[in-house]
Design a binder for this molecule. Structure first.
Ligand code: SAM
Length: 262
């Protein structure tokens, strides 16, 4: 079958063998249940299968590619022809999954945010090995006091440990994207800060980081009626900027907001 890559689905296929090998060596695959997101023409799928997983699920939105994948991997993988954003990841398997994904750039942050937000007390995955555009990966891993630190870094560090594995150049893909990519490894945190509703953390970080150059006074007054008391309780200097506060402070502020609202 002659496949013409679809830009709308972010189809840049990995062709670099060293990178494909590196991706599958990032986590144990042998005897594990694996989920691959957006397998495309199956380049990474082939490398995953070489490492003898116990079971392999792949989720591909493109109908044409799903047909190709069924032909190629009929007896080796469970092909799910669907949109990852519409799938309840908790229902894929009753085992913890190791997830690989060379994600379509236009939905990569949405997928990651959905997974973080939907995790209840127990994680449905053991690890995530995901590719992002480098600029997004840098925002995910940024720590406080860095200009790239923001909502995505805080949301990620709420529930996940993250490590950059490697940056990848456009030449490793076909067709070549215009930008560099980065491979990240995420593992669940053993304990994470309990909040009533992740939406409150999203709202609070949105208010703070939509005015990231302003002093903390302004967002504090927008969110809390008793802004000064809250700042004092957590020992926060309101003349600082949003990027100066550690993720932990944002979790505490969210909890305070939830407690004050009852
Ligand atoms: N993994 C392959 C590789 O590395 O060669 C392909 C990666 S390509 C960047 C992204 C893949 O995700 C494409 O095959 C695309 O059709 C698929 N895709 C795009 N949006 C998707 C979605 N919402 N759910 C599932 N798959 C999606």
């Amino acid at each position: 079958m002659n496949i013409k890559p679809k830009k709308s689905l972010g189809q840049n296929f990995l062709i670099d063998r060293d990178i494909l090998n590196l991706i599958v060596s990032t986590c144990d695959v042998a005897n594990k249940e694996i989920l691959e997101i957006g397998p495309g023409t199956g380049n990474l799928t082939t490398y995953i299968l070489k490492n003898k997983p116990k079971k392999l699920y792949v989720i591909e939105k493109d109908d044409e590619l799903a047909i190709l994948l069924r032909e190629k991997f009929e007896n080796e993988a469970i092909i799910i022809n669907n949109d990852i954003l519409k799938i309840d990841e908790n229902k894929i398997s009753d085992q913890k999954l190791t997830v690989f994904g060379n994600l379509p750039y236009n939905v990569s942050t949405e997928i990651l945010s959905k997974w973080i937000i939907n995790v209840g007390k127990t994680f449905w995955f053991e690890s995530l090995v995901l590719m992002f555009q480098k600029e997004v990966a840098d925002r995910i891993i940024a720590e406080s006091n860095n200009s790239k630190y923001g909502r995505l870094s805080i949301l990620t560090s709420w529930k996940l440990n993250v490590k950059k594995i490697i940056d990848i150049k456009p030449q490793s893909f076909s067709p070549r994207p215009k930008i560099d990519s980065s491979l990240l490894l995420f593992t669940p945190k053993e304990n994470f800060f309990e909040l009533k509703n992740a939406k409150n953390l999203e709202m609070i970080t949105r208010v703070f980081f939509s005015q990231r150059r302003k002093m903390l006074k302004k967002p504090f007054n927008q969110i809390f009626m008793n802004a000064k008391d809250v700042a004092q309780k957590f020992n926060i200097n309101l003349n600082l900027r949003p990027q100066n506060l550690e993720p932990e402070i944002y979790f505490k502020l969210t909890k305070e907001y939830e407690d004050l609202r009852g």
